[in-house]
Structures are given as structure tokens and as C-alpha cells.
Design a protein around this ligand. Structure first.
Ligand code: SAH
Ligand code: DHB
Ligand code: MG
Length: 222
């Protein structure tokens, strides 16, 4: 099986289970027009995030890494009308596209988009007393160990933490890698395995975005 087959099966899954969606398609088009990299979650992964957030009964979601807001829209739609999604984005250009996309999708009232390095926004959220039911980590992978620690500080007991791109075509296995993103991912796995507050697993994925995977954890105690 090749990446072409994985993409064809993803297309089949979407054709059967996900009707055409003008807001999501429009967001991807605006991203393309603005020259954003197409590193959003796939449509099937976006719907998985949506379903996980609903299964978790999330009312407050934290996302680290907005890009053009494709995953943000999927997650915002999982929230009740008075729910909130705080999403952190380093790039003002990405954030501007995301704001437009999320508003066009009718999710603007739930949006709290903060521009800047996530490691500067996260301490402010803690000072504000923010608490989250669901955290999606999908920014610069080298900082995933720090993002995991912040997620644990800001999540309530019973919250879910999902981390994208933890396999990267198997490169996660390269203990000698000097790629800081691989080093960060491996440190994230070490921390997640040692962390008494977290029960976690990771699932490899193939599909329209190649061979990768996501980790998911449940916060067991404060
Ligand atoms: N979650 C998005 C994809 C995010 S891509 C989706 O699935 O639709 C990763 C994003 O993280 C990029 O937009 C990048 O600019 C942002 N990013 C990178 N480093 C960051 C940092 N230190 N703080 C916040 N955002 C960062
Ligand atoms: C990259 C980032 C992502 O979040 C992703 O899903 C795929 C690729 C990247 O930085 O290359
Ligand atoms: Mg990702």
C-alpha cells in the first residue's frame, strides 16, 4: 500500500461519512489563497477531534497551533453555544486568516485567538485562572514537552489531551536525531510515560496526510 492508496481510502471515508461542508472547504481555500502551508489536520482527523471533544463533553477547549483555523472550526463546533476555544498562534498572518475562517464558519462567538509564542500566552492563561476540558497540541513539536506540562497545569481532572504528529513517518524512533522536533517528540513520550497524572496511548495513522500519529491522554489527578 502506498500514500496514494491511503489518500484514496480517506476520500472514500469522507465521501461516505462527511457531507460537503462549505465553511471547511472555504477555510482550506482561504488558506491556499493566503499561501499558508497545507499542514492542517485531514478532514477525517478533524472530525475525530470534533467527536472526541463532544465525547468529553468539553465546554472549554485549548488549542496550541491555529494555522488557518481548520482544526479550530472542527473543535469549536463541538462546543455548546456558550463554550469557548482558546487557540494560540505565533504568526500574525496565520492568525488573521484563521480569524476570518472561523468567523465565516459562524464560530466567532466561541473564539479566543491569542497571537504570540504559546509559551508566553500559557502563563497568562494560568494567571487568568483558565481551566480546560480538552487540549489539542499541534504547534512547534520541539516544545511539546513544555506544552504537555502546561496542558497538565491548565486541564481539569478528567480532561483529554491530544497531541498531533507524534510519529512523523517513523522518525520518532531515531534516538540519535538532531532534529529538535524529533528530540522534543521523544522527550514528550518519556514524560507522558512517566507522568502519574496521565494515562496515555498513541495511535499511528495513514491517510491523506501520510504516515503519522496522534497521542491521547486522560488527566487522572490534579
Ligand atoms: N492545528 C492546525 C495546524 C497547526 S500547524 C490545523 O490542524 O488546522 C502549526 C501552527 O503552529 C502554525 O500555524 C505555526 O505558525 C504555529 N506555531 C509554531 N510555533 C509556535 C509557537 N511557538 N507558538 C504558537 N504557535 C506556533
Ligand atoms: C507539520 C506540522 C503539523 O502540525 C502537521 O500536522 C504536519 C506537518 C510541519 O511543521 O511540518
Ligand atoms: Mg499537526
Amino acid at each position: 500500500m502506498t500514500e496514494k492508496d491511503w489518500t484514496a481510502v480517506d476520500a472514500y471515508i469522507i465521501e461516505k461519512l462527511s457531507p460537503p461542508d462549505a465553511a471547511l472547504d472555504g477555510a482550506l481555500k482561504r488558506n491556499r489563497d493566503a499561501g499558508l502551508p497545507s499542514i492542517d489536520v485531514s478532514p477525517a482527523q478533524g472530525k475525530l477531534l470534533h467527536l472526541l471533544a463532544r465525547l468529553a463533553g468539553a465546554r472549554r477547549i485549548l488549542e496550541i497551533g491555529t494555522l488557518g483555523g481548520y482544526s479550530t472550526i472542527w473543535l469549536a463546533r463541538a462546543l455548546p453555544d456558550d463554550g469557548k476555544i482558546v487557540t494560540l498562534e505565533y504568526s500574525p498572518a496565520h492568525a488573521a486568516v484563521a480569524r476570518e475562517n472561523i468567523q465565516a464558519a459562524g464560530q466567532g462567538a466561541k473564539l479566543d485567538l491569542r497571537v504570540g509564542p504559546a509559551l508566553e500566552s500559557l502563563p497568562l492563561l494560568e494567571k487568568e485562572g483558565a481551566v480546560f476540558d480538552f487540549v489539542f497540541i499541534d504547534a512547534d513539536k520541539r516544545n511539546n514537552p513544555d506544552y504537555l506540562q502546561w496542558a497538565l497545569r491548565l486541564a481539569r481532572v478528567g480532561a483529554a489531551i491530544v497531541v498531533d504528529n507524534v510519529v512523523r513517518e517513523g522518525r520518532v524512533l531515531d534516538a540519535a536525531s538532531d532534529d529538535l522536533d524529533i528530540v522534543g517528540t521523544r522527550k514528550f513520550f518519556d514524560q507522558a510515560g512517566a507522568e502519574k497524572k496521565l494515562t496515555a496511548t498513541a495511535i499511528q495513522t495513514v491517510g491523506a496526510k501520510g504516515w503519522d500519529g496522534f497521542a491521547i491522554g486522560l488527566v487522572e489527578k490534579a
